[in-house]
Design a binder for this molecule. Structure first.
Ligand code: SME
Length: 166
């Protein structure tokens, strides 16, 4: 990654997603280390949107658990399990989870009491979930389907590169 991102404040979040998706592939150019690339992905999302927590949980195929990966924000739970919480719901269903009020989500895993709403997108390779992108907001109702759709091209880029990154 050898360039700065060009984001203008005052844009709608939708147009920010569009601007970011155009610049996103350049973030990873010339680097095949997965940890390094996911760390920069989390950093860019945090600096662009200022959410409470942004990061990745990666599937550990040996233990069959989600394990904390690169993130930005406060201390987080290190392992998540099938059937419990928002990240696991994205993992189990292979579908984005848009949660307007985490307190109303049965089994929500509380890593930070400040989290009020949450968006989780699964990262798929050959129809298997390999990781999830988890975003927490300290405001209720901060995410809609528009956010899931806007972030989808970014997550698709990670999926496409996943196998080449070690
Ligand atoms: N709330 C998530 C756990 C991860 S943290 O928010 C960083 C969940 O319910 O899966």
């Amino acid at each position: 990654m050898g360039q700065n991102l060009h984001m203008t404040s005052g844009e709608t979040r939708e147009s920010q997603y569009e601007a970011l998706s155009r610049q996103w592939p350049a973030l990873f150019m010339g680097e095949t280390n997965r940890t390094a690339n996911l760390a920069n992905a989390a950093a860019v999302l945090m600096s662009a949107f200022g959410w409470h927590w942004v990061g990745f949980y990666l599937v550990d195929f040996e233990s069959d658990e989600l394990v904390l990966g690169p993130f930005q924000g406060p201390l987080a739970c290190t392992r998540l399990f099938h059937g419990k919480g928002v990240c696991a719901a994205a993992w189990d269903t292979k579908l984005a989870q848009v949660v307007a009020d985490v307190e109303a989500f049965p089994g929500h895993v509380v890593c930070s009491s400040k989290t009020k709403s949450e968006l989780v997108l699964p990262i798929l390779v050959d129809d298997d979930v390999v990781a999830v992108l988890d975003i927490d907001s300290d405001e209720r109702n901060d995410f809609t389907k528009m956010d899931a759709a806007g972030l989808r091209p970014l997550v698709d880029c990670l999926s496409e590169n996943w196998i080449e990154w070690k």
